[in-house]
Each structure stands twice: as structure tokens, then as C-alpha cells.
Write a protein that binds this ligand. Structure first.
Ligand code: G3H
Length: 481
């Protein structure tokens, strides 16, 4: 509600995944702390959002689109002033390379400008008057109420703002909980929100999700739940809402995107795209390629080159220009990845490069595991880290059946040089996932493209214009001609 509050003085330390040289060798250090809110405090923040919305009578939900846009434009200005601070925190909190951290910030600014542009178009088109059957109607887009926003650690700024910004722009009021890793970087933005929006429009809660979020959901006062995270958590949260059928959910969830390399593929191109797709930001992207299917006739050749290229990768700290593999922010991740590899080895697979080892607690060198098969953890689980499971196939039906039988349905990358064969495969694939990438890695961008998934991978569609629609409802003001 426009105030900085710290209840009871309780704080949590943030330990960076990044190492610094100290007298006792490489060390990780505490880089900050954040206040821990409990249930009562979270409910106070919720009340602020409910009050600012005031059942649709508040200043924000009744403000003109042009005035809301003006507030947002002011906010982008404040955000740009904080770029250096946010970029540094992206490196220190989640280990993202300097280049990728700058990209995440710039992409977010561009996303906001694109969303403002799309809102102007939407407003122009939807507030047109229509006369039909003697009724004059003005078709509008109106807000939905109080939105609870939660973003992921891998794009703590960009993906959080992907929902937060359109939700604000459409006139909703917000409760926002930063992710567990990538928390501190939201602190500089608090002041910017306070300076640019009326009281209670954006309310940020720090603390453990498991402590504060259930109470918010059980209150029944959340109109829209938006989460970029796991489908398990999304399902649990939705069930907590007393009127779950009235709750709108906008969700970006799990994915196990496959690459399929056909017998006639350009192998060097497939290799380049698979390296990007599997290992950008250490494989910690929801859109990452998380399993590679390769036709048996070219498997040896592809694997040899893949192992060579992976072995060349440079591990290091995020600010070092040469770093390609950086520390993982989730402390338990190296042990989980090691367990997946051991499981595959016990069932007949091998690590075919020099990877799989942990340099230091959080720095894990990528492993290529082959041949991965049904029954191994790496076949179905979303490893979300630098391990590349590779599966050989003889018939294209094998990877397609795998995709059909998967709980996930986000994207696929298909590599081949026969246009007729590619064309025949598009429909069976795009009817299972939400994006088919031809001779290219899986990715979200450009952010103006619809971003969603089938099955357990998403609910609702994000992107610039789709997100504006997701956080609003079409309404009509009508009178007789
Ligand atoms: O982690 C999920 C992001 O939406 C991925 O975005 O494909 O641009 O890395 P990206």
C-alpha cells in the first residue's frame, strides 16, 4: 500500500551461488537479505490490493487507458535508471552471465514498450462503437480484479514482468511475490512502483511462498492466479481457492521439449542449435531442449561432435567474458543431476563426454548421456540443468509417440532438409505442442509471438497482446439507437 514495511525484523540471508576468491579458497557469500512476511502481513498486503481495486470503483481500475499508459511510461524511465543495479543482482543472485543479464533487462523494457503499443491498438479497436439491431454498443476491455503474480528464478525479472505488466496495464491491482532466487533484484524496483502508481496498485510480498501464499488463496479474494513455475504447485494453489471455478489462472509450467534430428539433417546446424537449446543459461530455461532424439544412421557422427563441442565450454563466473557455464542457483540441483546420471548409468547409458562433475558446490559441467531410454529418470523428468539426454531412433514414429505420451506439450525442434518430409510432420507435431521450430532451437521469443503450451505445460497464452487479453474481460456499454 505504498509503504515499506518490515514486520518483526525477521530476515532471510541470500547466499550467492557465485564464488569469490578468499584467503581460504573459493567462497560463496551472503549478498543481502530480505524481510520475511508471515500470513498476517501477507493478508495486510492483500487488503491493500483489494482496497485499491475497490470492487472496480478504485482510482486505478477506473482510470483512462491513456493515463494508465502514462504511469507505465514513467515507470520504465525509473526502471532504466536502475539497470546497472538490477543487472548486477541478476549475476549475483542467479548466476546469469553478464551478456544474458543485460539481455534480460533490455528485453523486459522492450516487452513493456511493446505491451503499451499493443494496448493502444487494442483500445483503439475495442472501444469502437457498433450499431446492430437498433442497439449502440461500446465494446471495452475491463479488468478482472486482484491478480497474484509469481515468477520463476530463471527469468526473475523478465518472466515476472511478462504477467505483472499487462495485469497492471489492464487496470487490475497486484500482489506480487518475487521468486526464491532472484529476490533482491526486485528491491530497487519497489521505489519505482511507489513513485509511478497509486497506492495499493502494486504490493510486493517477500517471504516463503509456502507460508504466505496458501492464506492468500484461501481468502477467496484472488481473482487471477499467475504463476510461471511447476504444474504441481499450480494445481495445489488452485485447489486452495474456495471458488476454484471462478478463479482465472494464467500459467507457464513444466516442459520437456524434444529435438528430433532426421537422417537427412544438416548435422552442424542441428549441433549448433542443440547446443544453444540445451545449454543456454545452463539448461535452466522452460523452453530448453531437454531431450535429443537422433536418427540411428547419424547418431555416432552427431554424438562425436556434440561431445567435442560440450567439452570446449568454459565454466566460470557470470561477469567473466569467457564464461559459458555458470553456477546454478538451486543448491540441491547438482546432487539431483548427479542422481539422474547415476540412474541412467545403472540402466545402461554412459556419459560420453568429460562432463557430469561438480567443480565446486554450484558449478556443474554439462554431461551428454547416451543412450537414454524409457525407465530412466532423464527420459521423462524435466532436469532443468546442464545434462543432455540423447535417444537414438529408427522410425519417426518413436519420437512422435514419445511426444504424444508426454505430460508436457510446449515445443519441439525438428531438424531435416527434405521440405516435403518436414511439411508432413508439422501437423502431427503442432497438434501436440504449441510451437514447432524448424531447423532451429526451441525458444520463447520474439515475445510478440503467442507463448503457451498444451497439457501440463501451460494454461492461457502469454505474449504481448495475448497477455493483455488474459488479464481482462470484454465488456459492453449499450444503449438504444
Ligand atoms: O524459461 C522460460 C522462458 O520463457 C524462456 O525464454 O526461450 O527466451 O529463453 P527464452
Amino acid at each position: 500500500n505504498g509503504e515499506m514495511r518490515q514486520w518483526g525484523g525477521m530476515t532471510t540471508d541470500v547466499v550467492s551461488p557465485v564464488y569469490v576468491q578468499s584467503e581460504d579458497g573459493l567462497k560463496r557469500k551472503v549478498i543481502g537479505s530480505y524481510p520475511v512476511t508471515g500470513e498476517t502481513e501477507a493478508m495486510e498486503a492483500l487488503d491493500a490490493a483489494v482496497k485499491a481495486y475497490d470492487n472496480g470503483r478504485g482510482e486505478w481500475p477506473t482510470m483512462s487507458v491513456a493515463d494508465r499508459i502514462a504511469c507505465m511510461e514513467r515507470f520504465v524511465g525509473r526502471m532504466l535508471e536502475r539497470k546497472q543495479q538490477v543487472v548486477n543482482l541478476l549475476m549475483w543472485e542467479i548466476g546469469k552471465t553478464l551478456g544474458d543479464s543485460v539481455k534480460e533487462f533490455d528485453r523486459t523494457v522492450e516487452y513493456i514498450y511493446d505491451t503499451i503499443g499493443a494496448l493502444k491498438d487494442l483500445d483503439r479497436n475495442s472501444s469502437r462503437f457498433r450499431i446492430e439491431q437498433g442497439i449502440i454498443g461500446q465494446i471495452r476491455r475491463s479488468p478482472l480484479g486482484v491478480v497474484l503474480c509469481m515468477g520463476p528464478f530463471n527469468y526473475p525479472l523478465n518472466e515476472t514482468y511478462t504477467t505483472l505488466i499487462p495485469a497492471i496495464l489492464m487496470g487490475n491491482t497486484i500482489l506480487f511475490k518475487p521468486p526464491k532466487h532472484g529476490t533482491l533484484l526486485h528491491y530497487p524496483m519497489l521505489e519505482a512502483f511507489r513513485e509511478c502508481f497509486p497506492k495499493g496498485v502494486v504490493n510486493t510480498i517477500y517471504g516463503r511462498g509456502a507460508t504466505v501464499v496458501p492464506a492468500l488463496m484461501q481468502s477467496g479474494k484472488i481473482n487471477v492466479l499467475t504463476l510461471i513455475g511447476s504444474s504441481r504447485v499450480a494445481d495445489q494453489l488452485k485447489k486452495m481457492h474456495p471458488k476454484v471455478n471462478r478463479l482465472k489462472a494464467v500459467l507457464g509450467l513444466d516442459a520437456k521439449n524434444a529435438a528430433i534430428i532426421l537422417e537427412n539433417a544438416d548435422l552442424e546446424l542441428a549441433l549448433k542449435e542443440c547446443m544453444l537449446g540445451t545449454l543456454s543459461f545452463n539448461g535452466q530455461r522452460c523452453t530448453a531442449i531437454k531431450i535429443v532424439w537422433v536418427h540411428r544412421s547419424v547418431a555416432d557422427q552427431f554424438l562425436k561432435r556434440l561431445a567435442e563441442e560440450v567439452n570446449k565450454l568454459q565454466p566460470g563466473m557470470p561477469w567473466q567474458k569467457t564464461s559459458q557455464i555458470t553456477p546454478l542457483p538451486e543448491p540441491q540441483k547438482p546432487a539431483y543431476l548427479t542422481d539422474c546420471i547415476r540412474d541412467a548409468e545403472a540402466k545402461g547409458a554412459t556419459v560420453i563426454n568429460e562432463g557430469g562433475g561438480t567443480y565446486a558446490e554450484s558449478l556443474f559441467f554439462p554431461a551428454v548421456v547416451y543412450p537414454v531410454a524409457e525407465g530412466m529418470k532423464l527420459y521423462r523428468e524435466e532436469q532443468f540443468g546442464p545434462v543432455i539426454p540423447v535417444v537414438p531412433f529408427d522410425s519417426i514414429d518413436e519420437p512422435i509417440d514419445y511426444i504424444i505420451s508426454s505430460d508436457h506439450g510446449q515445443q519441439v525442434s525438428l531438424f531435416g532438409t527434405d521440405p516435403d518430409q518436414l511439411a508432413r510432420l508439422i501437423d502431427p507435431l503442432v497438434n501436440q505442442v504449441s510451437r514447432v521450430n524448424l531447423n532451429a532451437q526451441c525458444q520463447r521469443g520474439p515475445d510478440t509471438f503467442p507463448f503457451t503450451g498444451r497439457k501440463d505445460s501451460a494454461e492461457g497464452t502469454l505474449s504481448v497482446e495475448d497477455a493483455l487479453r488474459s488479464f481482462s474481460i470484454r465488456t459492453v456499454v449499450a444503449t438504444k439507437d
